[in-house]
Design a protein around this ligand. Sequence first.
Ligand code: SF4
Length: 455
Amino acid sequence: MLVNYTPLKRGRAKDEHAPYESGMPDRAVLVYANKIKPLFPGSVIVLGGIEASLRRFAHYDYWENKVRRGLLLDSRADILVYGPGELQAIEIARRLEASQDLSGIPGTCLVKRELPSRFQEIPSFEDVSSSPGQFCRAQNSFSNRKHLAQRHDNRYILQYPMPDYRTEDLDWIYGLPFSRKIPPQFPEFQMAQFSIVTHRGCIGRCSFCSLSLHQGDRIVSRNEESILEEIRRLTRHPRFKGYIDDLGGPTANMYGMDCKAGPTCERDCLGCRTLDRSHRRLVHLMKQARQIPGVKKVFVRSGIRYDLAMESEEYLKELSDHHLSGLLKVAPEHVSRGVLRLMNKETRPLEEFRRLFKRINKGRKQHLKYYLMVAHPGSGKKEAQELAGEVRRLEKEGEKPVEGVQIFTPTPMTRSTCMYYTGLDPATGEKVFVPRTFSEKKEQKRMLISLPKKY
Ligand code: SF4
């Protein structure tokens, strides 16, 4: 649905500014699963990927403006894998080959009629569909580290906790002989042909982002040698021209921020003194990577977490000296304290980072690309004006902050979507202002990019 529709629910195919035909039906997982079942009676259908992952429990569907059941029930599939899924897929295949039951596989969900004892029951589909308070309670229960169960009428969706993906697992996965052939009908992926994943997970826990419930809210980094070996292999690829398109992960500068307590700890890493913020392993990796014969340049195109980057001037200097193409992506998203609190993005002031970046890049054409979000819950006219004021100020200083403006889109399972649907902050239960009408959302965007009134 995100691919097929704009944040204002316009079909992208008909979008006059950026028409895009995905070739996928709406709710593709549902459509494909329901087509496969009658065609291949007795087949086992395993759902995976981001759509299945985030729709594993009852969820608010922005495009239908209602709460939908967990995907397993509507798709009639047999098992659902959430998160990346390599280890789960192997275990499922092994069990099927041995004609064994598929219950209990870490990182999967099943439908059962009974509620096993060790599962924590969260508010049912019926509850969350009828009560905003119950919807918030369910939201607060979501975790990849728990046995969770949600009743839908007389059946339960059971979630088995995510398996601990370790460094060795990622090294093995990314050490596989991928062809890196990009099918011609996906030109937009060309830019990623020679990109390198250094780690998984993100410790940011931004309210509007679903990554922490998909890849996880802990960092799992690959071994440096495994990454360097992958780059060496790429230099032998017939189409490699010497450029690594990107070296990073969901957030580029979290490589090496692994923590031994990670798998069991529920606390917030960003506020924790145990977290290694030195960027030491990342700086070492960057130095090694660019010295590999056949490599002309290693780009970092993924966004960075700027408050973390401020902990290491050496990292910012390395990045600016060797790994940027004149542009560094940062995601402040907003400037209003109230909105940043609801986004869980209360970080060090953007201005501090800008000054540091400018000082490090004195005399060089290196710019910041800002990701800004309008119409997020909590963002009324006053907050939008505050953000517009900051944008005007940055423009006066010769920057182009509006390049990365997006209208908030409620995607399943995020805390911000819970705020959008319930009008409540699940963390406090307090009422939250939510801009819901198209005119409110368009107006907030117009204020930032000063579009003519008619738009
Ligand atoms: S101990 Fe701290 S750094 Fe480690 S996982 Fe827990 S919160 Fe994160």
